[in-house]
Design a protein around this ligand. Structure first.
Ligand SMILES: C[S@@+](CC[C@H](N)C(=O)[O-])C[C@H]1O[C@@H](n2cnc3c(N)ncnc32)[C@H](O)[C@@H]1O
Length: 389
């Protein structure tokens, strides 16, 4: 028997099992039986509830957005409030705010401390201090506009909607180069087009930086270059823990212009700033560790291959390259890597979620040795692949 025929046998066994399983699960008689049988009931209820959570997910998201936009989370972060006070804060009629509070309570954003006295729920309390999550809730409005008709979005091809206009560095639909608006903005030196996305990234960066600083010993290096480092939020977090490390920031010229004042205001005026495009320009020399934080998933394979090759060309032997982002195939966080980023990057117009194995293969092709994954505490927020030059 050849290896190929063994594979086919295994494949057809799995296929037969999946077909049989799905026939049973689709049977209304089995569903009724499972709900009534004490042995199966818990599992059946769990699956029914999680399916319903997916079906109603849109309503939960909208209730969350409304609770934030109506100012309920902000107001309750300052202390308890009555329904009438929350009606005044939100500008909603009493009946409307009551309905919204009921929805927000169901998803643990708010809870009643006592009769008609509202406080934040557990999720609401965690959200109220998380600027990154709040910025994402606001930002998602444009993504969800693009998703209003998901089949139309998929049929239309990548990058046809509002999200593509927000991420001005993503190639315009059907083009291999950044959108014209981006080229115009960064060649002109103004950061008008890039300020909103850089601010969004900076707001969500602390969640990511914390994971990476706990996972990787930056202190063993001499000089870190953060490529696509935005306004320097990650470098600022690294500097806080490793004051002796020399720092370089590489990003599009307009972004680097915006980073200058922000870094100076944080007392980090000595960060070396390099404006350029990693699509076209070589990277600067001098760093013994290069980080790509939430960069690669935004780009198609040809751009990532070229970028990894550019990083390889400027690292010294023994230097390290770090790829950090949420990845596809993350156990327990498949929704983040495969569903959320899969559709988000489609709407944005470039890139794809990749697995850690995809990155190990791309790194090997670029000449890096021994790429390995380093565990982070919250892989949903970011995973980390480290390779050696
Ligand atoms: C998703 S943001 C991530 C920013 C930051 N690393 C973080 O995690 O907050 C992508 C960054 O890559 C930069 N970028 C995109 N295309 C680039 C290019 N061709 N050359 C240099 N930087 C680029 C963007 O300006 C932006 O700052």
């Amino acid at each position: 028997m050849t290896a190929g025929s063994t594979d086919r046998t295994a494949h057809s066994l799995r296929l037969r099992w999946l077909n049989a399983r799905n026939r049973v699960l689709a049977s209304p008689a089995f569903q009724r039986f499972a709900m009534r049988n004490p042995l199966f009931r818990r599992t059946a209820r769990f699956h029914a509830n999680s399916m319903f959570a997916v079906i109603t997910g849109f309503v939960q998201t909208k209730a969350l957005t409304a609770a934030v936009d109506a100012g309920l989370i902000r107001r309750l972060a300052d202390g308890p409030a009555t329904t009438a006070e929350l009606a005044t804060v939100s500008g909603l009629a009493l009946a409307a705010v009551q309905r919204l509070l009921g929805a927000a309570r169901a998803i643990d954003l708010v809870e009643l401390a006592e009769d008609d006295l509202w406080v934040l729920g557990q999720r609401g309390a965690a959200l109220s201090s998380n600027q990154g999550a709040l910025a994402m809730i606001e930002h998602h409005k444009i993504f969800y506009d693009d998703l209003a008709d998901p089949i139309a979005m998929l049929k239309g091809g990548r990058g046809q909607g509002k999200l593509a206009a927000f991420w001005t560095y993503a190639p315009a639909a059907g083009q291999g180069q950044p959108a014209a608006a981006d080229a115009a903005s960064w060649q002109g030196g103004g950061d008008g087009m890039v300020a909103p996305y850089s601010a969004l990234m900076a707001a969500s960066q602390p969640m990511v930086a914390e994971q990476l600083l706990d996972a990787y010993p930056f202190g063993r290096h001499r000089c870190l270059m953060d490529v696509g480092g935005g306004h320097g939020a990650f470098l600022a977090a690294v500097a806080g823990r490793h004051p002796g490390l020399a720092l370089k920031l590489f990003d599009l010229p307009a972004v680097v212009d915006g980073a200058k004042a922000k870094l100076a205001a944080r007392g980090l005026g000595d960060v070396a700033l390099h404006g350029g495009s990693f699509r076209d320009d070589p990277l600067p020399q001098g760093a013994d560790v290069i980080s790509l934080v939430r960069i690669c998933h935004d780009h198609d394979d040809d751009v990532v291959r070229a970028l990894l090759a550019r990083a390889h060309a400027v690292l010294p032997p023994g230097g390290r390259l770090l790829i950090a982002e949420p990845m596809a195939g993350t156990a327990g966080a498949e929704v983040m890597g495969d569903a959320y980023f899969g559709l988000y990057l489609w709407a944005m117009g470039s890139g794809r979620p990749r697995t850690a194995a995809d990155y190990r293969a791309l790194l090997a092709q670029a000449g890096f040795a021994g790429a390995r994954e380093v565990a982070t505490a919250l892989p949903m927020v970011t995973r980390l692949v480290v390779a050696e030059r």
